[in-house]
Design a protein around this ligand. Structure first.
Ligand code: IVH
Length: 669
């Protein structure tokens, strides 16, 4: 046994080192394959030896899926902000003021100002204890479970010379490539896009499900240590220590002894920051000596020993030529400005997003206006202001349209939403074409037809909904312009092949609002076929992990419509898979028939999802909250005391995982 203990420990240390090399130093020391092998070995050993469990093992990074509301925690040291400036003159004033107050030489450290969401981590005896958001500065949300999934944040520090207790602050960031792919996925799922990586990072950190957070691949840089017994007397020297302990510290942090060198650095980064993998919006200048920092002290809002120099946003002025209103597959109408082409930080901008009717109204836009276009953290440039001085009288005001530009239906605005919608979902051309295009997409039915083909077929009156795709005959298309026998047979073959598309992709292809790829999978695995899904009520839908009321309601609305029922029948008749493959379905038993379970806490032997599956596969029902109908509460570690109390009160039997497994084992599973 001591050997196993030693082996597990050394595997953990080895994996921690590889993680550190990969995520912090960005220089992998082992292939992904070798790494996975080691991690799997560790996981297997940990399962075989639950007595050697360590919550800080690298295997515990994937994120548990307990859903709990965040707790508010007071900050021991308030989280202040920095005084900001866009002006080099004010930077000089800061430098001179510091000189005057200190009356001695001082060093300035310049750091990149990372544009994410700030976080404070508390370490005790080298172990990450708590991660708290900034909140209102004096108290924030405890987001420890989510932060633990960020691979570049050490759960356990390296080396030995860290203080027993300290706090370290930094910025949680979503790297550009992750941000772009997340938004592309959201667009495909008909979900609202994140405006910039900052919003995406803070939104992600506030998610209730750490395993979703883990999948979002956040990163973090650290720039401020607080504590009673920091090892060094200088800020930068402490950061370098923190780097040794395993934190990601920007390699671009630099010490200066003159203001000229600070200005040179500002000039350099104003351009160079565009080549960084994460968003930055300026430089932070800090007095290096901690003693000098102490002497300078704080104002009510910010330290006197630091200032943030913010880069000018990249903006340009140009003329607003016209406004288009585009209708998407969900019917949402998006206003887009057509601009006189203008060069903006290296690219020519011709179009800019106008977001919604409220933004158009608040800008008081007129055609021909000189507008300011900004390319900030966003991918699509936006109009931020109008140069009213330059306006010529008599110009036409831009008003949001009242009728759909494509089918003339009166637009509607759903309560609580900023967007206008065209309600004519069955006959409005861009909505029909958009839905069909989504249906044939690679992640959906994967039919070889692009937007041109769909346009062509639609104009030839061959298709007006996705069901029509399966009625197309060779004769209908061989004579179309640009088509021949060969292209027709390629298309028809791909229609045939698409009939083997797994049920979860078919479900996604239907384009039900808010039902993206992951949700579709989850629904398919839970309900197994379309009929059961169509019959599920709100309660049954929200009991599924990650399905909230918004998604549930959208499903109910979809299946309630007769035309959708007809469409599903038609797709079934065409031979599409409307149930999950046998191979994906493990033996079903009726052992738990009629029994309702609530799962709470975290487990050692199986994940929560696996327990849910086991309950369902054995005919039991798994629900999200305790009610008089609950028979069993499957209780893991760290479950909330209120849940336990409630379960006891209503007389549900509280069982641990061993008891549960026996419950199904005993019957000979
Ligand atoms: S120092 C008391 N350093 O900017 C000073 N902040 O406006 C603590 N930020 O809340 C902050 N990069 O979220 C510091 N290198 C850096 C930073 C940085 C980004 C953010 C941070 C802070 C805000 C202040």
């Amino acid at each position: 046994m001591p050997d196993i203990n030693k082996h597990i420990k050394s595997l953990r240390e080895e994996i921690d080192t590889h993680n550190y090399n990969y995520y912090v130093l960005s220089s992998p020391s082992i292939s992904d394959f070798e790494f996975d092998k080691k991690l799997k070995e560790l996981e297997a050993l940990e399962i075989a030896h639950p007595e050697l469990f360590d919550p800080n093992s690298p295997s515990q990074r994937v994120g548990s899926d307990i859903n709990k509301n965040f707790q508010q925690v007071g900050h021991q040291y308030p989280m202040l902000s920095l005084s900001n400036t866009y002006s080099e003159t004010e930077v000089l004033e800061f430098y001179n003021r510091t000189q005057k107050l200190l009356k001695e030489d001082f060093e300035i450290v310049s750091e990149l100002k990372y544009d994410g969401t700030s976080i404070s981590l508390i370490y005790e005896q080298g172990i990450l204890k708590q991660a708290i958001t900034r909140g209102d500065g004096s108290k924030g949300d405890d987001v420890t479970a989510n932060v633990r999934t960020i691979k570049s944040i050490p759960l356990k520090l390296r080396g030995h010379d860290f203080p027993d207790k300290f706090e370290i602050r930094g910025e949680i960031l979503m790297p550009w490539p992750v941000f772009e792919s997340l938004n592309a996925e959201r667009e495909e799922n008909g979900e609202a896009l994140f405006a910039n990586p900052r919003n995406a990072a803070s939104g992600t950190l506030k998610l209730q499900n750490p395993s979703v957070v883990a999948a979002r691949r956040l990163d973090a840089y650290f720039y401020y240590l607080l504590g009673e017994s920091l090892p060094e007397k200088g800020h930068l020297e402490n950061l370098l220590k923190a780097k040794e302990w395993g934190f990601k510290i920007s390699e671009y942090t630099k010490k200066h002894t003159s203001i000229e060198s600070v200005f040179e650095n500002i000039k350099f980064w104003d351009i160079e920051r565009r080549n960084l993998p994460v968003a930055t919006d300026g430089l932070v200048l800090k007095v290096n000596s901690l003693l000098q920092q102490k002497n300078l002290g704080f104002t009510a809002k910010s330290p006197r020993w630091a200032i943030a120099y913010k880069f000018q946003a990249q903006e340009a002025q140009t003329i607003l030529r016209s406004v288009d209103f585009q209708v998407g597959r969900t019917g949402a109408v998006t206003p887009v400005a057509n601009l006189e082409p203008v060069l903006l930080s290296g690219t020519i901008v011709k179009r800019a997003s106008l977001h919604n009717a409220d933004i158009i109204a608040s800008l008081d836009l007129h055609l021909g206006d000189m507008v300011y276009v900004e390319k900030g953290g966003e991918i699509i440039p936006k109009i931020i202001a109008v140069n009213k001085e330059a306006r010529i009288a008599g110009r036409q005001k831009v008003v949001f349209i009242e009728n759909c530009p494509q089918c003339s239906s009166i637009l509607i605005r759903k309560e609580g939403e900023a967007a206008y919608y065209c309600p004519n979902e069955d006959a409005c051309p861009p909505q029909i074409k958009g839905k069909i295009l989504h249906f044939v997409g690679r992640k959906a039915m994967n039919i070889s037809a692009g937007s041109e083909t769909i346009e062509h077929f639609f104009n030839a009156n061959l298709i007006s909904n996705v069901g029509d795709l399966f009625s197309i005959k060779e004769n209908d298309i061989v004579h179309l312009e640009g088509w021949g026998e060969r292209s027709a047979s390629v298309f028809l073959e791909s229609i045939e092949t698409s009939k083997n598309t797994p049920f979860e992709n078919v479900l996604y292809a239907l384009g039900i609002r808010f039902v993206g790829e992951t949700v579709a999978k989850r629904l398919a695995y839970t309900f197994h076929d379309i009929d059961k899904l169509a019959k599920a009520n709100l309660e049954e839908l929200v009991a599924v992990d990650e399905i909230g009321e918004r998604i549930a309601q959208s499903l109910l609305d979809f299946f309630a419509k007769e035309k959708n029922q007809i469409l599903i029948q038609r797709l079934k008749d065409a031979g599409l898979k409307m149930e999950i493959d046998e191979t994906r379905r493990i033996e079903k038993t009726e052992m738990l028939k009629g029994l309702t379970f609530v799962i709470s806490g975290t487990f050692q032997k199986h994940s929560r999802d696996e327990y849910k599956d086991l309950i369902e596969k054995n005919g039991g029902k798994n629900v999200g909250s305790i009610s008089s109908k609950t028979n069993y509460m499957l209780a893991g570690e760290n479950m909330g005391p209120s849940k336990l109390e409630k379960a006891q009160k209503i007389g549900a039997e509280i069982i641990d995982e061993e008891t549960f497994l026996k419950l199904i084992d005993k019957e000979g599973l």
